[in-house]
Design a protein around this ligand. Structure first.
Ligand code: ARG
Length: 587
């Protein structure tokens, strides 16, 4: 028989998880008593526990359908019997148990929040919600990765913020993380740019216009090449010269990258994003021959119309291109070489790639090639795809044709927020900084509210509302906790007494933080956190409107409410940066 104490006391985890584990152990014991030793383990039962869709039914539900076979009884009868089980009823935190059809619904006692949840958050502070499941493990994340000298448009929002969010989430769980910006800094587009720059560009202009100047040259090249295709040959020749380290071309190429990076970094700063490495595609130039040789010597390369490819028909995929007819390398070749380099350099346990789902086939193909090459870590490569983004409801700069630049979207959002602040809080200090944090945060929050794989259409007005389920709303909630705490006295963790259901609801949300983080990591899904932040904010605002906090007369009641405000502040302060949101203390 399972020893409940042993199972639960060596768990370091907290709050809701601890409660669920203890409950699961007790249910397991009850089931095993009748059906036989070890027929249904606590872990299995823990995974069955659900949150009832309607909270008036209870805080946690156990569906009993799976026990029907084991116990040879109908689920409602099983639920009724378990509801009477003394061990289950005596689990710390079980307030009441009731049966509804085949479900057993538990209400968590207020005492559980008073003794466990709230004091724990106060005590752990910034450490609350963290776990160490990643201790000793390394995760490499490849994200953002724009193509140099091409516009950084709204489509890049996904890879940039999902990637950074996954990095933050993994760090929160104790993983050692390496964020890589795999810049698209190599390829024939540089030949085109070099030709265009020498023909129509000037140093002064490009220096002044930065990436816009480069994009204009790139666009001009395509217009002219439509009329005069021989320009394409010139471009190829310049790229070949670059490949052979022609000093003039190398100098231009480096300059183009510098100008582009300067622009990207402005956007990254606004998002609070940094990278550990900017090794782009060009970095792997001298690392590809070894992999191409390996492919060749293993007999994996086939000639296909002059190109060298790996046949993947056995796996129902088109061929993976390794070398063009002229022997030059391709996107997959660089990815294969980069993966091997990263394995050797970082010895990752997982290497995550965040790109649009349009690249899913590309990743499936070269992951397969890595497997065929005999690298036994092929299954540590993870592609995290996301859907497309379109935008409507706002007039954005048409300077760039039909491409919507991320920069312009951010600017429009910041402008709107500035207007709101000017109206509502004209005396605010750090107005510029705050408007940027709220404006950019609004876009990111709106985007990360949806499951990543869904295609989304942006409505700027919805994103920027202070009332709806938005970034401004949750940031404002955080700021509200800050201003309350500024005026509050000392908080005592040993004098918590819950007296209102709104307090209990809020405590319940706060207790779910750590399991929510674990779920977001397991599913590579930042939206799990976004929705959690909304749930916490909603619970807090309800509590705020229903329960006087600083003006509560009873000292313990006031202390409890202030403690809940502090706990909310702690959770939001940790959670907002997990989805790239800043936490201004005043708005
Ligand atoms: N530069 C590519 C693009 O903009 C994305 C690169 C993703 N990372 C990778 N290792 N392939 O489409």
């Amino acid at each position: 028989m399972l020893d409940i104490k042993q199972y639960t006391t060596n768990q370091k985890d907290v709050s809701m998880q601890k409660f669920k584990k203890q409950l699961a152990a007790a249910v397991s014991e009850a089931v095993c008593k009748t059906a036989g030793d070890n027929v249904c383990g606590a872990d299995e039962i823990c995974a069955m526990l659900e949150y009832p869709p309607d909270p008036t039914m209870g805080d946690i539900a156990l569906p009993c359908f799976r026990f029907a076979k084991l116990l040879r009884k109908a689920p409602p009868a099983i639920a009724a019997a378990l509801a009477e089980d003394a061990t289950i009823k005596s689990v710390d935190g079980v307030g009441s148990v009731n049966v509804s059809g085949g479900y057993l619904n538990f209400r968590i006692s207020d005492g559980y929040y008073e003794k466990n949840v709230i004091p724990e958050i106060l005590e752990k502070g910034d450490g609350y919600g963290r776990s160490d499941i990643g201790k000793g493990k390394t995760v490499v994340l490849d994200y953002s990765s724009p193509n140099v000298a091409k516009p950084f448009h709204i489509g890049h929002l996904g890879t940039t913020v999902i990637g950074h969010s996954l990095k933050k989430l993994h760090e929160f769980c104790g993983y050692n993380c390496v964020g890589i910006n795999h810049l698209g800094d190599w390829g024939t587009q540089f030949g085109k740019l070099i030709v265009a720059y020498r023909k129509w560009g000037s140093e002064k202009e490009v220096e002044k216009d930065g990436i816009d100047g480069l994009v204009a040259l790139y666009v001009r090249f395509h217009e002219e090449a439509d009329k005069d295709p021989s320009l394409n040959d010139l471009a190829r020749a310049e790229f070949t010269k670059l490949e052979h380290h022609d000093p003039d071309n190398i100098k231009l190429w480096k300059w183009f990258i510098e100008l582009s990076l300067a622009e990207y970094k402005k956007t990254y700063d606004q998002l609070g994003i940094t990278f550990d490495s900017y090794n782009g595609e060009s970095f792997y130039t001298d690392k590809m021959p070894e992999q191409v040789e390996k492919l060749r010597s293993m007999g994996l390369l086939k000639l296909d119309d002059g190109a060298s490819v790996v046949d993947l028909s056995e796996y129902n995929m088109p061929v993976c291109l390794i070398l063009k007819r002229d022997g030059s390398t391709l996107y997959p070749t660089r990815d294969i070489a980069a993966a091997v380099y990263r394995k050797r350099t970082y010895n990752f346990d997982k290497c995550i790639y965040v790109t649009s789902s349009q690249q899913s086939l590309h990743f499936a193909q070269w992951f397969k090639v890595v497997e065929l090459m005999g690298y036994d870590w092929y299954d540590e490569l993870v592609h995290v795809p996301y859907g497309t983004v379109s935008i409507d409801g706002v007039k954005l700069s048409t300077r760039h044709g039909n491409v919507v630049l991320l920069r312009d979207v951010f600017e429009a959002a910041i402008e709107k927020v500035t207007k709101v602040i000017d109206e509502k809080n004209p005396g605010l200090e750090n107005k510029k900084e705050t408007a940027e944090a709220v404006g950019v945060g609004a876009i990111v929050f709106y985007y990360l509210m949806n499951n990543r794989i869904k295609d989304i259409s942006f409505r700027m007005d919805d994103a920027l509302s202070f009332d709806g389920n938005t970034g401004p709303y949750v940031q404002y909630t955080y700021a509200r906790t800050c201003s309350l705490l500024e005026k509050s006295g000392e908080i005592r963790g040993d004098r918590i007494k819950i007296t209102s259901p709104y307090e209990a609801e809020l405590a319940k949300e706060l207790s779910r933080f750590s399991e929510t983080v674990l779920r977001a990591v397991a599913e590579y899904e930042p939206s799990v956190i976004t929705r959690y932040i909304l749930a916490v904010s909603t619970a807090f605002n309800r509590f705020y409107h229903e329960c006087p906090i600083l003006s509560a007369e009873d000292e313990d009641v006031r202390n409890t409410r202030t403690a809940l405000t502090k706990a909310t502040n702690t959770v939001l302060h940790s959670a907002l940066p997990l989805i790239c949101l800043k936490t201004p203390e005043k708005i």
